[in-house]
Each structure stands twice: as structure tokens, then as C-alpha cells.
Design a binder for this molecule. Structure first.
Ligand code: TYM
Length: 329
């Protein structure tokens, strides 16, 4: 079985961009691979955060992922910082990575602008840690949203640099995208993200979601209900593609074009269909939350499994580098 690896940062509320852009896919294909999913807390400390709230955020994200359908028994879901080796391999990869490769990374440029007062080395080195995450497990398939594709291409480069210099050790992984790899935010202008505050949270209630969606942008040319609209330039119609079946969606599109339905009607259908997906997730979340003890046990077991693989990869890598333990001499 090929190895699948993906990760997600515990930086706050999980939103439907994460869900439809990545997690839904993880749930679908987890049985086709040897699957590792990591809650990447080392990545999350590269921006300003509250250390007191971190444990809760990590646990909450873990429960969210299980509630979304990550299989507790099949998939190895683990906390990055609990496995020694990620940072070691990062250091090793740092030594084969040209600075210029990192300077090109668009996520670094964006984050450096957003966090002007804290442009630290970790933020710059972030993609190398991501490459180490994947390659520590010799990951071959990496399902992500579009914003991460550059980092996956970079990971391939790192593997190539390493293999060329020290001999074939790491696979060249590939990114796997969903049909909706870039979900736009409610502002209709930026990618949906926690930091832009333009998101629909997967645990939000119908009322909370309605409050946000009812005021969200639609086709700007459609001012009155009687104006015909163009669904193909409307963000809400794009959201319909995530939750509404083709036939019903065609009805919505036709209603919009002929001014048969108004924007609010269209939004109501969207929210109803969305809640059909989110309600069961919230129910599972509430149930799992009552049993954090057994979740902690699963995480401990998974960290053990990962430590075992990480140790093997590191031994092999260090051997290649001539960093053999002295007792071997
Ligand atoms: P993160 O935590 O920002 O996001 C987790 C996943 O959600 C996807 N995503 C989206 N997809 C579509 N539309 C959106 N609006 C949207 N917002 C987020 C992301 O593409 C991602 O797949 N650097 C990574 C975490 C990471 C990782 C890894 C990923 C660390 N190590 C190794 C893969 C492999 C990140 O910040 O994801």
C-alpha cells in the first residue's frame, strides 16, 4: 500500500474550506493507503499564539477530525510534537535546501506580511518542516488544498536534492487535490481562512451560519429580486456545488437566471443542504467530546507507532550522511 500523509494546524476553528478542500477527501481515501494524519503543532508556533490554550486546541482539532470521519482504528492520527524526529529531519533537510527555494514560497510572503512584527526563522523554514513531516514516513501521496501545492512541490525538490547528494532514500511525493481545492471565503474575494475571518465553521449552528450567509455577497449586478442573475459569478452558487446535487443545483441556477428565486431563497437552500452534512458531524463531535480519555489513549498508541517509523527513517538517513553512531566504528 502506498503511504498517504497529510497535516493540519491547530490554529482555531475548522471551517468548510478545510472540510471540502481536504478533510472530506482524507475520509474518503483513508482506506486505500497506509494513512497518516498529523495535527501539526510545531507549525502552529511559528505565529503568535497563546501557549495556555494550545493543549485544548490540539485536542479539539483531533476530536473534530474524528467527528468528520477519520477512522479511529484505521488512520494513524497523531500530534506532530509528540514524535521525535520531525525536527531532526528538518535540520538535515535544511542542509540541502537552497535559501532561494524558500524565499519563493508564497505562503511565507503572505504570512510575513500578516505578521510583520514576528517574521521568525521558523516561519521561513516552515516548508522544510512540512517536507520532513511527509518524508519521515516516506509519504507518497499528499491530499491537500490548492494553497499547499507549492509546499508539496518543494517537498519533491528536497527529496531530489537529498537523493542526488546522498543516494536514493526518499520518494518524490505528489499532491492530491479535490474537485474544490480552493474554497472562497464569504467575502467572495479571498480564500476561506481562519485569519481572514471569512469562514463558515463546521461546528457552527444553523442560526450562526444563517447570520453570516444571509449577508454574504452574491452576483453584484443582481440588486432587486426581479433582476435576473448570473449564477456563475456568484459565490453562493459555487458553495451549492459542495452540498447540492446536480439536479437541484440546476433548478437553483435556472431560478437565478430567470429571477424565479431570490438570493435569499437560494441561500436558504444552500444552508439547509449544508446542515445535512454538518449536523451529523456536530453530533459525533458532542459524543466524542465526552470521552477524551480514550482519544488520548489512541493518540498515545499512534505516537508510539510513528516513533518507531521515525526512528527507522532517521537511522537510515543518518547512515547516508555519515552520522553513524560511534559504537558502530
Ligand atoms: P492548514 O492547517 O492551513 O489547512 C489544512 C488543510 O485544509 C486545506 N485548506 C483549504 N482547502 C481549500 N480551500 C480553502 N479555503 C482551504 N483552507 C485550508 C489546506 O490546503 C490543507 O490541506 N502547511 C499545512 C499543514 C501541514 C501539512 C504537512 C500538510 C504541515 N505539514 C504535511 C500536508 C503534509 C497547513 O498549514 O494546512
Amino acid at each position: 500500500m502506498k503511504v498517504l500523509f497529510s497535516g493540519i494546524q491547530p490554529t482555531g476553528t475548522l471551517h468548510i474550506g478545510n472540510y471540502f478542500g481536504a478533510i472530506k477527501n482524507w475520509v474518503k481515501i483513508q482506506y486505500d493507503y497506509k494513512t497518516y494524519i498529523s495535527v501539526v503543532d510545531y507549525h502552529a508556533i511559528t505565529i503568535e499564539y497563546d501557549p495556555g490554550k494550545m493543549p485544548e486546541k490540539v485536542m479539539d482539532l483531533t476530536i473534530n477530525l474524528f467527528a468528520c470521519g477519520i477512522d479511529l482504528e484505521k488512520t494513524i492520527l497523531f500530534i506532530q510534537s509528540e514524535v521525535t524526529g520531525h525536527a531532526d529531519l528538518t535540520w538535515i533537510f535544511n542542509s540541502v535546501t537552497p535559501m532561494g527555494e524558500l524565499e519563493r514560497m508564497t505562503q511565507f510572503k503572505d504570512k510575513a506580511k500578516q505578521h510583520k512584527k514576528n517574521v521568525n526563522v521558523g516561519l521561513f523554514d516552515y516548508p522544510v518542516l512540512q517536507a520532513a513531516d511527509i518524508l519521515l514516513y516516506k509519504g507518497e501521496v499528499v491530499p491537500v488544498g490548492e494553497d499547499q501545492v507549492q509546499h508539496i512541490e518543494f517537498t519533491r525538490e528536497v527529496a531530489r536534492y537529498f537523493n542526488k547528494r546522498y543516494g536514493k532514500t526518499f520518494p518524490e511525493c505528489e499532491a492530491l487535490l479535490t474537485k474544490s481545492p480552493r474554497i472562497m471565503g464569504l467575502d467572495g474575494e479571498n480564500k476561506m481562512s481562519k485569519s481572514m475571518n471569512n469562514f463558515i465553521g463546521i461546528l457552527e449552528t444553523e442560526n450562526q451560519i444563517w447570520d453570516k450567509v444571509s449577508v454574504a455577497k452574491t452576483d453584484p449586478a443582481r440588486i432587486k429580486k426581479t433582476d435576473p442573475g448570473n449564477p456563475f459569478i456568484c459565490n453562493i452558487y459555487y458553495y451549492h456545488k459542495l452540498v447540492t446535487n446536480e439536479e437541484a443545483r440546476e433548478e437553483v441556477a435556472e431560478g437565478c437566471r430567470t429571477a424565479g428565486i431570490g438570493c435569499l431563497d437560494c441561500k436558504k437552500i444552500f444552508v439547509t443542504n449544508l446542515m445535512r452534512i454538518l449536523n451529523p458531524i456536530r453530533e459525533r463531535y458532542e459524543n466524542l467530546k465526552k470521552n477524551t480519555h480514550s482519544i488520548r489513549e489512541i493518540l498515545n498508541n499512534n505516537a508510539d507507532k510513528c516513533r518507531h517509523i521515525a526512528k527507522q527513517t532517521l537511522l537510515e538517513t543518518k547512515e547516508r550522511l555519515g552520522l553513524n553512531p560511534v559504537w558502530k566504528l
